[in-house]
Write a protein that binds this ligand. Structure first.
Ligand code: F6R
Length: 555
């Protein structure tokens, strides 16, 4: 019996307490629907006709419909609309007439995995054998090595409370986790192409279990927002040699491109302004999902800088693969040691902000901004000035976290249908990021714009009382941003100014400390807090917004 819903609710909803038994293995999966709706039937795991092979899967099996047609013709019965289910039935066929041993089972899974086209990871469980076999190609999988138990997951935080010892699987590799009654617990790495096995290479990661726990906070989102001052203070001391090495790569490149998705993309957009302001250097930016359509610009001397908290976002990885195809160099900014991105990149700068568990990216965003600022400062010849700015922003974020103004504003905005947000210069990126934070967690429609774009159409949406957030930094974009605020006000909009300086145009003023060129780091924090409080106020779960996954590992 299975049900669509949260993994954490599985015990409570599926089995009456009397039928719960201690289990030998558990298989959980958060599905991001690609084939078929969010229904009980389409929930993972998927079983074969005998009910003895259970499969969870991440990715898209591109040749699933041909495979399914053939399986149906051979008499298999399907229960779901998913692409995943074909894998269970194919494994069933591959094992039929073979003695049921772990080696035969692993071999059947390997052969089937090689038949699946596309970028996929599968985890297959046989209760009879007490074995789990998993393979990856393009989708993440990492093995957690415990004392008497082992884990396989798409990212480390899934098992961080239990072990810090990990073995990273490469693309085209798999793992056999077995604990047959007559055998000692065992891990073997398998090559998907040849079936050759080897022992795992086990590494210890630097994150601690405590970092992935809630502690005194009610939600991960607010915990992670609150960690930013400490993270920024640490980043201000970032290794000089690493910053210099990447700055040298940028200097020596023939065209530098930034790419990333979602929140990370907003940090990339902000970076183009930081490089213009601090380094007087032109850099290009495109979101990951569009970057690979621009790849014809790339040459071996191009440099791609890919930013990704998880290091597993498929669109970002595909952009990196496009760059590698042209033999361009790749620098990664990521939070996850050993992630696919670090494996593809020539050089990695780690964000060092600890596991980010809330679906919304917050601390990883400001960490990326801080690193981009340090790189731009180094390129401009004054790394120390950059360090000072990051340090000042750490202190400023700390001050903002202690104010209570956002809770009051939340009450005013909680029933809004729309919120419009504008910024200029580097805070154009802040406007986009603020809108993303608000909409994804509170489900209030929020749109971010470059202030100058208002007059090109958006202003038609402003009515009496429409709430508009306006980012007005104390920089060369200040007067333009204030003019835009006036345009909103004269159409009846309710102007909430986020600024170090008060202005008569603001109906409400959120005072933020003045941190010069680091304004994007500080300005986003009131928006993060607003998004969090709006979700709480509207009775929503701030850590797990609907329809979203922490890492988007499909294209
Ligand atoms: C928004 C959010 C997403 C991610 C995006 C990229 O709060 O979390 O937009 O930023 O999916 O993820 P990473 O940084 O892991 O590549």
């Amino acid at each position: 019996m299975k049900k669509a819903g949260r993994i954490s609710e599985a015990n409570a909803t599926l089995l009456p307490a009397t039928s719960r038994k201690p289990a030998f293995a558990g298989l959980g999966h958060t599905r991001w629907a690609t084939h078929g709706g969010v229904t009980d039937e389409n929930a993972h795991p998927h079983l074969d006709c005998t009910g003895q092979i259970a499969v969870v899967h991440n990715g898209i099996i591109e040749n699933w419909s041909e495979l399914k047609k053939d399986l149906l013709a051979r008499g298999h019965k399907f229960k779901s609309e998913t692409d995943t289910e074909v894998a269970a039935h194919l494994i069933e066929e591959a094992i039929t007439n073979k003695q049921l041993t772990i080696n035969n089972f692993a071999e059947a899974v390997r052969k089937v995995f090689n038949q699946l086209e596309g970028l996929n990871a599968i985890v297959v469980y046989s209760p009879q054998l007490r074995a789990i076999i998993a393979f990856r190609n393009g989708s993440p999988l990492v093995v957690g090595v415990g004392e008497e138990e082992h884990y396989v997951a798409s990212d480390i935080p899934a098992f961080l409370p239990y072990t810090r010892k990990v073995s990273f699987l490469e693309d085209g590799e798999g793992v056999i986790l077995s604990n047959a009654r007559d055998q000692k617990s065992d891990i073997r790495i398998v090559e998907a192409k040849t079936g050759k096995t080897k022992p795992p290479k086990v590494e210890e990661i630097t994150w601690s279990a405590g970092e992935a726990e809630l502690g005194e906070h009610p939600h991960y989102l607010i915990k992670e927002i609150s960690e930013q001052p400490e993270i920024l203070a640490r980043l201000a001391q970032y290794s000089e040699s690493d910053i210099k090495e990447v700055a040298k790569l940028i200097k020596g490149s023939f065209g530098t491109y930034f790419t990333a998705c979602g929140t990370a993309a907003h940090s990339g957009l902000a970076a183009t302004y930081l490089f213009s302001d601090l380094a007087k250097r032109h850099v290009n930016f495109a979101v990951g999902s569009e970057f690979y359509f621009l790849e014809s610009f790339l040459v071996p001397k191009s440099l791609l800088i890919a930013a990704s908290q998880s290091g597993e976002t498929m669109d970002t990885l595909e952009a990196v693969r496009a760059a590698k195809k042209h033999r361009s160099k790749v620098v990664a900014l990521t939070n996850v040691e050993g992630s696919s991105l670090t494996r593809l990149a020539d050089k990695t700068l780690l964000l060092n902000c600890g596991p980010e568990k809330a679906v919304l990216a917050t601390k990883s965003y400001t960490a990326k901004l801080a690193l981009f600022l340090l790189l731009a400062a180094q390129m401009g010849g004054d790394l120390d000035a950059g360090r000072k700015l990051v340090k000042r922003s750490a202190k400023a974020v700390g001050e903002l976290l202690n104010g209570g103004q956002i809770e009051k504003l939340t009450k005013r905005l909680r029933d809004s249908e729309h919120i419009y947000i504008i910024g200029r210069g580097v805070n154009y990126a802040t406007a986009l990021e603020a809108a993303l934070k608000i909409k994804e967690v509170s489900y209030i429609h929020a749109e971010g714009f470059a202030g100058g774009e208002l007059k090109h159409g958006v202003i038609a949406l402003i009515e009496e009382g429409t709430p508009c957030l306006v980012f007005v930094a104390n920089d060369h974009a200040r007067s333009s941003a204030l003019s835009n605020a006036k345009e909103i006000k004269s159409r009846g909009g309710f102007v909430i100014g986020v600024s170090p300086r008060e202005d008569e145009v603001f109906d409400e003023w959120i005072k933020v400390p003045d941190v010069g060129e680091a304004s994007a780091i500080v300005n986003v924090v009131p928006a993060q807090l607003l998004a969090y409080h709006l979700a709480v106020e509207r009775g929503l779960d701030p850590d797990k917004p609907r329809n979203l996954a922490k890492s988007v590992t499909v294209k």
